[in-house]
Ligand binder design. Sequence first.
Ligand code: GLU
Length: 316
Amino acid sequence: MDLQPILDGIADKIGPHLSEGRVADYIPALARVEREQFGMAVITCKGETAQTGAADTVFSIQSISKVFTLTMALGKIGNDLWERVGREPSGSAFNSIIQLEREHGIPRNPLINAGAIVVTDVILSNRADPGGRGSGEAGIDAIREILDFMRSTAHDETIAIDREVAESEAAHGFRNASLANFMKSFGNMENSVERALRVYFHQCAIAMSCKQLARAGLFLAADGRDPISGKRIVTPSRARRINAIMLTCGHYDASGDFAFKVGLPGKSGVGGGILCIVPDIAALAVWSPGLNKNGNSHAGTLALEMLARETGWSIF
Ligand code: GLU
């Protein structure tokens, strides 16, 4: 299939929709991102690539990082993770606290904020010290390990953290602090709330382009093995399960709607990015900062709908 004309056609059709969403405004560093931007990149399991628009522009990946930290935490403690976080769609907002109280501090799934903070806590408690480069400070080492994982899956050492976004997340992170404190009170946090949040805010502040993200996610399209380098990242059954969680939980309380419209495992972030996996075929990422009412990229979702229609890539 010739992907380039399909992507270019989508970029043409998406123009009028770029001004329809609302840019995330909970922190100044995201609020000032220009709304009318759009990029998309696809990489197939055979290594073919296609891209359109601002596919090389870096943006704040935000919650898309949760897919990668989940992969890391499963690699560290395996199925024990499921004692501390569930695998059900939440049906509520990404930062909801009500459900957490009802369910005794066990977050519904690893892709909402509370679940991702538990995952970060697991990475902190089980952090590696590759090559003995450890700084001696747990938070710094965990942040470095997460960044190293993103760089290695994307095959790009230039990937970096936007410090301003990280600091501003911390300065405005009252809701996340209450989620973390809540879980701590239920005994579901091993590290201090401050330390876990520091790592969580830094992982959200990683800046990547559509092209880098699609490359980083490619192992999930190929049974857990990077089809280009041949390196195994996770087992086939784990890759399948991460995809299942993306499909059912990757779009906050609009996950069902995304499955209905696009039919692919995906994870969105409030920076306007969406990573999508087409099992056995490709990984792709789209970015447009205007968000719909559920906090998912408005034009990005429309673009993925068009792509799924034109390629027949829906898994259903
Ligand atoms: N840093 C954001 C938060 O924790 C992530 C939001 C998102 O992309 O879902 O509030």
